[in-house]
Design a protein around this ligand. Structure first.
Ligand code: ZN
Length: 187
């Protein structure tokens, strides 16, 4: 089932998402819905708060970045209860966008390498290290679980320049080909 995407301004995007356990209701269905929603809206990743669930669950398929990095072609993963335990390397700029913040793309600086612990959809535990575009997509989605958005990481000048457009999103004044949940609209 394709779900609506929570838009910038909704309080759930500002909450720290909670770990879940194996008994979490309908987990398989939620993961399937997240894949469907992500592909429908042409995202490379989706975090559960974006479908209005404050739980620590991320899905990523970085295949669209396959031209930039061969390894991204096969980078398709579910992250349950992920925990980034280390970030290192030089910060580099990458142009990020977000399904919850439509029509805005900005260069964001983040460290190049990370180590993450997580469970996959079958509750197998992993600790892995990533760099390049894979690390980047993980960092962006992981931020969603920490109540952060990529626009928070911009300079105060850039933020000021984006203020009106962010406010438009708050008011539901954006056009997307996927459904969204806005704060100030009755849609
Ligand atoms: Zn996002």
């Amino acid at each position: 089932m394709i779900l609506p995407i929570v838009a910038y301004g909704q309080p759930i995007l500002r909450k720290i998402a909670q770990d879940i356990d194996k008994d979490y209701p309908d987990l398989k269905k939620i993961i399937a819905d997240m894949w469907e929603t992500m592909y429908f809206s042409h995202g490379v990743g989706l975090a559960a708060p974006q479908i209005n669930k404050s739980i620590r669950l991320i899905v990523i398929d970085a295949a669209p970045y396959g031209d930039e990095d061969e390894r991204a072609k096969n980078f398709k993963k579910v992250f349950l209860n992920p925990k980034i335990i280390r970030e290192e390397g030089e910060e580099w700029a990458f142009n990020e966008g977000c399904l919850s913040v439509p029509e805005i793309r900005e260069d964001v600086y983040r460290k190049s390498t990370l180590t993450i612990q997580y469970y996959d959809e079958n509750w197998n535990f992993f600790e892995e290290t990533y760099d390049g575009v894979m690390a980047r997509v993980i960092q962006h989605e992981y931020d969603h679980l920490q109540g952060m958005l990529f626009v928070d990481r911009l300079s105060s000048l850039r933020k000021m320049m984006l203020k009106r457009r962010l406010n438009d999103i708050l008011m539901g004044k954006v056009h997307t080909d996927y459904r969204m949940l806005f704060v100030n609209s009755k849609r």
